[in-house]
Design a protein around this ligand. Sequence first.
Ligand code: CTP
Length: 229
Amino acid sequence: MSLTDRKLVVTGGPTREWIDPVRYISNASSGRMGVALADAASHRAGETVFIHGPMEAALLEGKTYRTVGVESTMELLDAVMSELTGSTVLIMAAAPSDYRPAGKSATKIKKDDDRLVLELVKNPDILKTVAARKSAGPGLEGLFTAGFAAETHDVENYARGKLRDKNLDMICLNDVGRPGAGFAVDTNIITVFTRRGARVELALASKRALADKILDLVEEEIAAYTHSS
Ligand code: CTP
């Protein structure tokens, strides 16, 4: 089954966790890698859906595929789960906030105290939730999952650990400390690790060019699964 017969669900951008009506916790993800992947997917997949957190509207202009906007990690989780089918390829390029405030203050927090302690609770891990659903029973056996790992140190170990812990078919390591591989730029440097043990270095290139190479590798992996089953 090639990508033309598959639904590609790509996520991108940060999520936003509100503290009070005027403040939130978020991160530096711009959503550019996700858009590049969704653009590439739309030329090759049967159906493409891009689920994204808050990001620059200009980056989403003129898209021919379906886009779904969400705000928090919980909303992203719900949106992802509702799109999954047995022939979906899920590429999680989003940077979901790992924690959210234990409660959102209904009114603006005033600077009355010299110290302010915010209590945060852990958000669910979307890829782990998807993996649990996939192994829970029939329906999603054909689902292919790819994640991203944005790391600053001990990068390969963390990437391989995430491939294993999140039960992924593929992980794209993004060493954000390297020039040209940052968040708001149009280029990236990626090393791909697969469940079958492949390690492929993709040199500095535009995010759009890298997106096509990542999809080539997804196709190769799917073909290899098909031949070995
Ligand atoms: N991810 C996810 N759900 C979360 C957090 C992350 O599905 N709550 C996904 C990301 O979209 C990415 C992969 O998991 O594809 C790795 O995300 P990353 O932020 O690098 O790692 P974390 O698992 O959050 O671990 P840590 O922050 O400790 O590095």
